[in-house]
Design a protein around this ligand. Structure first.
Ligand SMILES: Cc1cc2nc3c(=O)[nH]c(=O)nc-3n(C[C@H](O)[C@H](O)[C@H](O)COP(=O)(O)O)c2cc1C
Length: 208
């Protein structure tokens, strides 16, 4: 299947058929999320993968439309950082030095520029910036899933305090930004037969 076919087949599933995604396929989809680009490479997010039936059941009351949660194979929860601590940046540079096998000092210039960049932003700006990075992960996961013939539904329709309470998220430092249900579409989900509604090209694109 080429990518346009995969993206045309993709739709936001309202009801899955409860079948479980094979581990290897799930792993590959998650790897595509891991390989996402992020501003300054800081990956200001973490990703919870809900696979246990028990946890899915627990999360049902957190969603306004729970039919996806009760029928999906896995639920991915993307959590954005609200604060970028100096310690976090230090950890990032230690990691670069380790992975690329280069002395830490050679990264000083880059490290100082990142520290300066981050310190100039207000708390709200940091958080808005961090949330945007999470949506790049979301898009990559959805894209990879479509290519793997795995169905998805991105969801922001949840009760913030309820989901964060269940997942033990500290709202002072983190926020659940968006979730993605994965699985296989149910034959009963009539949304799969609906035509896609998208702006016509002349309204969407401007060639200059
Ligand atoms: C960030 C984001 C959040 C969304 N939240 C929900 C949601 O909470 N519940 C839902 O059923 N669909 C949700 N959707 C799906 C959109 O309604 C859907 O993508 C749009 O109507 C286009 O339809 P399609 O994805 O089937 O092509 C969300 C989509 C995005 C990108």
């Amino acid at each position: 299947m080429n990518y346009l076919e995969a993206l045309s087949r993709r739709y936001s599933v309202k009801k899955f058929n409860k079948e479980i995604i094979p581990q290897e396929t799930l792993h590959n989809i998650l790897e595509s999320g891991k390989l996402s680009a992020s501003s300054l490479g800081l990956q200001p997010y973490k990703i919870i993968v809900v696979e246990s039936e028990e946890m899915k059941q627990k999360l049902i009351p957190a969603f306004y439309n729970p039919s996806q949660i009760s029928t999906c194979s896995h639920l991915v929860v993307i959590i954005s950082k609200k604060i970028i601590e100096e310690n976090y940046i230090r950890g990032y540079f230690n990691h670069i030095s380790e992975v690329r096998e280069i002395p830490l000092e050679t990264l000083d210039l880059f490290k100082n520029s990142i520290n300066q960049h981050i310190s100039q932003k207000t708390g709200d700006e940091i958080f808005n910036w961090a949330e945007k990075q999470s949506y790049i992960v979301l898009a990559n996961l959805m894209y990879a899933a479509a290519i793997e013939n795995i169905d998805t539904c991105p969801m922001e329709g949840f009760r913030q305090d309820v989901i964060e309470d269940i997942l033990n998220i500290n709202p002072e430092t983190e926020k659940v930004t968006v979730t993605l249900a994965l699985g296989y579409r149910s034959e009963e989900d009539h949304f799969q037969h609906m035509k896609k509604v998208r702006k016509p090209n002349e309204k969407l694109f401007k060639f200059i």
